[in-house]
Structure formats: structure tokens, C-alpha cells
Design a binder for this molecule. Structure first.
Ligand code: HEC
Ligand code: HEC
Ligand code: HEC
Ligand code: HEC
Ligand code: HEC
Ligand code: HEC
Ligand code: HEC
Ligand code: HEC
Ligand code: HEC
Ligand code: HEC
Length: 326
């Protein structure tokens, strides 16, 4: 897949021409010149003369036409009787093209590249909005930051499908997210740079209800569980941060300097961040569970007690032991 930076100039040509006008006029002008989402799903009445059909476009846009017919999934629109764009797939996205085909004027045809991403997107969403992967769209950083569909999707030629899937998809994300990509070089991390794990295994680029567009597994749980299903509850004895804070309370999935991608170099450091201060309810009966002075059970001065997960093996949750010991 081929990544493309968002167009920085969101103004349409007409709006730019009107740039000398007072602000509100510019607004009005740009509003007028903005393409209406014409692929609004509404089927064009057969009698409407503005549509000329893709064959006509072919005469002048041979390359695009050929690439499109050959491999693009949207070419299905060309032959599909149900959706109402039969023989006029080009105009499903570009709008009625009769006038443009006659004048060949740029201004007589809609070019999504020149519209604001948010506006251009509407044409795509006219058909795609009900797709399950798009339901989190309103929460999405991409949607909110004008990263339009064609930043990631090629619309005419086929999306490149050679090479390993993950490597291909990751390259597209990395074009913008250099820092995130770089973090995977750290010694303990998912095999993203090796092209095994894809960014989109953990993130839904179209957005989700979870923060940071984390992809979801069954039941809205974080997508981590798609691969790490043994960490899925419900556990009879759950370790509360699993549910309350999630995996990132203890792990850095983008790569970490620490073994097991932990947020801290050593396990006890991590545990004691939460457990050192756990208040003892009545100052007595359970006292010293994590104290430093004998006869406390956990004598943290001895090496034996520093490696918490030697004993608390079921750190993610246990089906049989309250203390997560087995
Ligand atoms: C008679 C020739 C001709 C036909 C037929 C034709 N075009 Fe064009 N088209 C052009 C020319 C010339 C340009 C301007 C190219 C340039 O100046 O770079 C253009 C530009 C475009 C642009 C870019 C507009 C812009 O703002 O940059 C789009 C999109 C487009 N055509 C789509 C279509 C579609 C869809 C059809 C069929 C409905 C079609 N064209 C039919 C000649 C044609
Ligand atoms: C699925 C929607 C869609 C369909 C179908 C579609 N286009 Fe486009 N077209 C776009 C988008 C989006 C852009 C802007 C691409 C960008 O942002 O780089 C574009 C840009 C263009 C351009 C101008 C930029 C360029 O690449 O030269 C032309 C010309 C064009 N399309 C012609 C066509 C023709 C001819 C067809 C039918 C064979 C067609 N399009 C079918 C969405 C579509
Ligand atoms: C008129 C309806 C319509 C419009 C408008 C439309 N699409 Fe599609 N899109 C389809 C259909 C139909 C398919 C094919 C679905 C299939 O193969 O099951 C498709 C497939 C896709 C796919 C999947 C390709 C794949 O290989 O899996 C992507 C990505 C996509 N469209 C993006 C876009 C983008 C981006 C736009 C706007 C520029 C857009 N679509 C506009 C109808 C539309
Ligand atoms: C054209 C540039 C661009 C591309 C390509 C891109 N992103 Fe983004 N991404 C952004 C911008 C801009 C933001 C918003 C940043 C912010 O809010 O600070 C963002 C935010 C995010 C976030 C934060 C979550 C959120 O909803 O705010 C995630 C996760 C993300 N992108 C993942 C991806 C993945 C995965 C890919 C590849 C499929 C990708 N991005 C491709 C520009 C891009
Ligand atoms: C940040 C990059 C990015 C943006 C922006 C983006 N997509 Fe996608 N999209 C992807 C990736 C990557 C996949 C493939 C996911 C996979 O293979 O797991 C995908 C898959 C798809 C699919 C096919 C699979 C499915 O069921 O979702 C469609 C259709 C689609 N996108 C449409 C759109 C539309 C429409 C928009 C704009 C509203 C859009 N995308 C915006 C990256 C993006
Ligand atoms: C193993 C799962 C996983 C993979 C693979 C992954 N991410 Fe993330 N990513 C996460 C999680 C979890 C968070 C949230 C971290 C947090 O809340 O502190 C996140 C956060 C982000 C953010 C938001 C960062 C911020 O500071 O707001 C961006 C952007 C992002 N990821 C992009 C990417 C990109 C690009 C890739 C591929 C190069 C990628 N991620 C691969 C799990 C993953
Ligand atoms: C696409 C599947 C996939 C997803 C999704 C995924 N992981 Fe992983 N994870 C793996 C694989 C494969 C390994 C083994 C890596 C290795 O040993 O090189 C792994 C290893 C780990 C490890 C242990 C590393 C070690 O050193 O033993 C942790 C911790 C981890 N993942 C946490 C997460 C978290 C947190 C998430 C969600 C944000 C997540 N994973 C999402 C596939 C995945
Ligand atoms: C309370 C902190 C904590 C939380 C929350 C947590 N982990 Fe862990 N995880 C650990 C510790 C500590 C280890 C290292 C265990 C050891 O020392 O062997 C570990 C190890 C792992 C490993 C590698 C060893 C194994 O058991 O397979 C994976 C994979 C893993 N965690 C995935 C996850 C996932 C996925 C989540 C979220 C669903 C998660 N963890 C939430 C603390 C946590
Ligand atoms: C993000 C905070 C957090 C981290 C990090 C954390 N825990 Fe916990 N843990 C809790 C909370 C909250 C409870 C519930 C305490 C309660 O019910 O009194 C708990 C409960 C436990 C229990 C069961 C206690 C009981 O009385 O049932 C054990 C054992 C435990 N944690 C061990 C660990 C170990 C070992 C680590 C390090 C690998 C760790 N925890 C890391 C927050 C944390
Ligand atoms: C040698 C084995 C062992 C090691 C190592 C160990 N624990 Fe424990 N831990 C236990 C046992 C056994 C209990 C149950 C005590 C009881 O039921 O009274 C326990 C209980 C706990 C409890 C529950 C205390 C309560 O008030 O109910 C917490 C929290 C805990 N351990 C955290 C830790 C942390 C953090 C570490 C690492 C610094 C650690 N443990 C290291 C054996 C160990």
C-alpha cells in the first residue's frame, strides 16, 4: 500500500481565487464550491443526463481507466446492477461528468484531492459508512485530524498486494508515524520491523471506541487478546489492573528496553509501584505482607522475595488462587 501525506491546502480553487474577499465571503465561496457528497448513495435516476459513463472517461483518461478496470475492487461497481453505478463507476466518486467530458475543464469535475479530506471522505462514506470497521470513526484521531481515506488507500490502481501483508501495511503507517515505528527497534517488542506483526493488528486505522484506536477483540476487549487469548478472563481471581487499567499498566507494546516489554526494568519495581503503599485495613491482621522487617512474610531484603512472579505466577489472573500463586 502506498502512503501519501495529507494535502496541506484544503481550499478549493474557487476558494483560493476568492481569497481577497472578506472572510465571510470566502467562507461562502468555499462552501459553494465544495463538492456535495454526490456519491450520496442516492441512485441516479436513469433519465439524468449529466452522467456519461466510464467509457467516455476512458477516451481521455486511458491510463486511469485501464488500471481501474484491471484490478481495483471498485471496478465491481461497473458491472454490479444492484448498486446503481453500472457502466458509470468513475462518476460514483467524481460526480456527473457530462459537462467536464465536453469542456475538459478541471473545474467541471470533482477532484477529491482538491477538497478538504473531511469533505472528500463523505463521498467514500456514502457507501462505506456501515462497514463494521468504520463504526469507531467519530472517536478517531485520523478522522479528527483530516487524515482522509486516500492518505492510505489507492483509489484507481489496485492496492499493492505483493510482499508480506504486515510489512506492506506498516510502511504506510510509518510514513507519518516515524517515532512509533522507531520505538519497535527497542530490544523487547513485537516483531513489527521484521514484518510479522502489523500496526493494524493492534490498531484499527478507522477508529474504535477504545483510546488510541486500539482494535477490539470479542466483547470490546483490547485486540491484544486476539493473539494472547490465554490472558482473557473472566478469571475467578482477577488481578484488578488487568481490567481497570489494561495491559499498558504493565507493558509497553511498542517495544521496551525491559524484558517482557515491562514498563520497569525489574518486576518488583513494577509491583511495588502499586503494592508498597497498599493500606493495611486495620493496621494489624494482614500487617507486614510486604514489609521489610521479619517476621513479615515478604522480606524484601532477601533476594528470594524480590522476584515476585516466581511465586505469583498467575500474575494476569488465576482460576484457583486468590493470591495468584498458581
Ligand atoms: C475529452 C477529454 C476528456 C474526457 C472525456 C474526460 N476528461 Fe477528465 N480531464 C480532461 C482534461 C484535459 C483534464 C485536465 C488535465 C490537466 O489539465 O492536467 C481532465 C481532468 C480531470 C480530473 C482532474 C480535475 C482536477 O481538478 O484536477 C478529473 C477528476 C477528471 N478529469 C475525471 C474525469 C471523469 C470521471 C471523466 C468521465 C466522466 C472524464 N474526466 C472525462 C479530459 C477529459
Ligand atoms: C472510489 C472512488 C473513485 C473512483 C471509482 C474513481 N476515482 Fe478518480 N479519484 C478518486 C480520488 C479519491 C481522487 C484523488 C486522488 C488523490 O487524492 O490522490 C481521484 C482523482 C482522479 C483524477 C485526477 C488525479 C489523477 O490521478 O490524475 C482523475 C483524472 C480521475 N480520478 C479519473 C477517474 C476515472 C477516469 C475513473 C474511472 C475509470 C475514476 N477516476 C474512478 C476517486 C475515485
Ligand atoms: C458507490 C459506492 C462506493 C463508493 C462511493 C466508494 N466505494 Fe469503496 N468499495 C465499494 C465496493 C462495492 C467495494 C467492493 C467490496 C467488495 O469487494 O466486497 C469497495 C471496496 C473498497 C475497499 C476495499 C478494497 C479491498 O481490496 O479490500 C476500499 C479500501 C475502499 N473501497 C475505499 C474507498 C474509498 C477510499 C472511497 C472514496 C474515495 C470509496 N471506497 C468509495 C463501493 C464504493
Ligand atoms: C497521512 C499521515 C498518517 C498516516 C498515513 C497514518 N496516520 Fe495515524 N495519525 C495521523 C495523525 C495526524 C494523527 C493524530 C495525531 C494526534 O492526535 O496527535 C494520527 C493518530 C493515530 C493514532 C492515535 C489514535 C487516535 O485515534 O488519536 C494511532 C493509533 C494511529 N494514528 C495509527 C495509525 C496506523 C495504524 C496507520 C497505518 C494504517 C496510520 N496511523 C497512518 C496521521 C497519519
Ligand atoms: C490511516 C490509514 C487509513 C485511513 C485514513 C483509512 N483507511 Fe481504510 N484501511 C486501512 C488499512 C491499513 C486497511 C486494511 C486493514 C487490514 O488489512 O487489516 C483498511 C481497510 C479498509 C477497507 C476494507 C476492509 C474493511 O472491511 O474495512 C475499506 C472498505 C476501507 N478501508 C475504507 C476506508 C474509507 C472509506 C476511509 C475513509 C473514510 C478509510 N478507509 C480510511 C487504512 C486506512
Ligand atoms: C502490539 C500492539 C501494538 C502494535 C503492533 C502497535 N501498537 Fe500503537 N499502540 C498500542 C497501544 C496499546 C497503545 C496505547 C499506549 C498507551 O495507552 O499508553 C498504542 C499507541 C499508539 C499511538 C498513540 C501514541 C500516543 O502517544 O498517543 C500511535 C500513534 C500508535 N500507537 C501508532 C502505531 C504504529 C504506527 C504502529 C506500527 C508501526 C503501531 N502503533 C503498532 C499497541 C500497538
Ligand atoms: C498479531 C498478534 C499479536 C497481538 C495483536 C499482540 N501480540 Fe503480543 N506477542 C505476539 C507474539 C507473536 C509474541 C511473541 C514475540 C516473540 O517472542 O518474539 C508476543 C509477545 C508479547 C509479550 C511478551 C514478550 C516477551 O518478551 O515474552 C507481551 C508482554 C505482549 N506480547 C503484550 C501484548 C500486548 C499488551 C498487546 C496489545 C496491546 C499485544 N501483545 C498484542 C503477538 C501479538
Ligand atoms: C499487573 C501488571 C500486568 C498487567 C496489567 C498485564 N501484564 Fe502481562 N505480564 C506482567 C508481568 C510481571 C509479566 C512477566 C511475568 C514473568 O516474570 O514471567 C508479564 C508477562 C506477559 C507475557 C509473556 C509471558 C506470558 O505469560 O505469556 C505476555 C504475553 C503478557 N504478559 C501479555 C499481557 C496482556 C495481553 C495483558 C493485557 C490483557 C497483560 N499482559 C497485562 C504483568 C502484567
Ligand atoms: C497498577 C497497579 C498494580 C500493579 C502494577 C500490580 N498490582 Fe497487584 N494488585 C493491584 C490491586 C489494586 C490489587 C487488589 C488489592 C486488594 O484487593 O486489596 C492487586 C492484587 C494483587 C494480589 C492479590 C492480593 C489479594 O489480597 O487478593 C497479588 C498477589 C498481587 N496483586 C501481586 C502483584 C504482583 C506480584 C505484581 C507485580 C508483577 C503486581 N501485583 C502489580 C494493583 C497492582
Ligand atoms: C517466595 C514466594 C513469594 C514471593 C517471591 C513473593 N510473594 Fe507475595 N505472597 C506469597 C504468599 C505465599 C502470599 C500469601 C500470604 C497469605 O496468604 O497470607 C503472598 C501474598 C501477597 C500479596 C497479598 C497480600 C495480602 O495482604 O493479602 C501481595 C500483594 C503480594 N504477595 C505481592 C508480592 C510482591 C509485590 C512480591 C515481590 C516484591 C511478592 N509478593 C513476592 C509468596 C511470595
Amino acid at each position: 500500500m502506498h502512503a501519501k501525506r495529507v494535502k496541506c491546502d484544503p481550499l478549493s480553487r474557487a476558494a483560493r481565487a476568492a481569497a481577497a474577499l472578506p472572510f465571510f465571503l470566502v467562507l461562502a465561496a468555499s462552501a459553494l464550491s465544495q463538492e456535495k457528497p454526490d456519491a450520496s448513495g442516492a441512485k441516479p435516476a436513469a433519465a439524468q443526463p449529466e452522467y456519461v459513463g466510464s467509457e467516455t472517461c476512458q477516451a481521455c483518461h486511458e491510463d486511469i481507466f485501464k488500471a481501474f478496470q484491471k484490478n481495483n475492487r471498485h471496478a465491481a461497481l461497473e458491472t454490479d446492477k444492484r448498486r446503481g453505478w453500472e457502466t458509470k463507476a468513475c462518476e460514483a466518486c467524481h460526480g456527473p461528468g457530462a459537462k467536464h467530458a465536453e469542456t475538459t475543464e478541471k473545474s467541471d469535475i470533482r477532484n477529491p484531492a482538491k477538497a478538504r479530506p473531511g469533505q472528500a471522505e463523505k463521498a467514500c462514506l456514502a457507501c462505506h459508512t456501515n462497514q463494521p470497521t468504520q463504526v469507531g470513526r467519530v472517536f478517531n484521531g485520523h478522522g479528527r485530524n483530516q487524515v482522509g481515506c486516500s492518505s492510505c488507500h489507492k483509489v484507481h490502481a489496485a492496492e499493492v498486494r505483493t510482499g508480506p501483508r504486515a510489512a506492506r501495511l506498516n510502511a504506510a503507517c510509518s510514513a507519518c508515524h516515524r517515532a512509533e515505528r522507531a520505538s519497535f527497534v527497542r530490544p523487547h517488542g513485537h516483531a513489527v520491523n521484521e514484518g510479522v506483526v502489523a500496526c493494524v493488528d493492534c490498531h484499527n486505522p478507522h477508529g474504535t471506541m477504545l483510546p488510541k484506536a486500539i482494535s477490539t477483540a470479542i466483547g470490546g476487549e483490547p485486540g491484544c487478546l486476539n493473539c494472547h487469548s490465554d490472558k482473557r478472563g473472566p478469571f475467578a481471581y482477577e488481578h484488578p489492573p488487568m481490567r481497570l487499567q489494561g495491559c499498558t499498566a504493565c507493558h509497553e507494546p511498542h517495544g521496551s528496553a525491559n524484558p517482557r516489554m515491562l514498563t520497569r526494568p525489574r518486576v518488583p519495581q513494577l509491583c511495588l509501584e502499586c503494592h508498597a503503599n497498599i493500606a493495611l485495613p486495620n493496621g494489624g491482621t494482614r500487617s507486614g505482607a510486604l514489609g521489610t522487617t521479619p517476621p513479615a512474610l515478604h522480606d524484601l531484603r532477601t533476594i528470594r522475595f524480590q522476584n515476585c512472579t516466581i511465586c505469583h505466577q498467575k500474575i494476569h489472573g488465576s482460576h484457583i488462587d486468590r493470591r495468584l500463586l498458581r
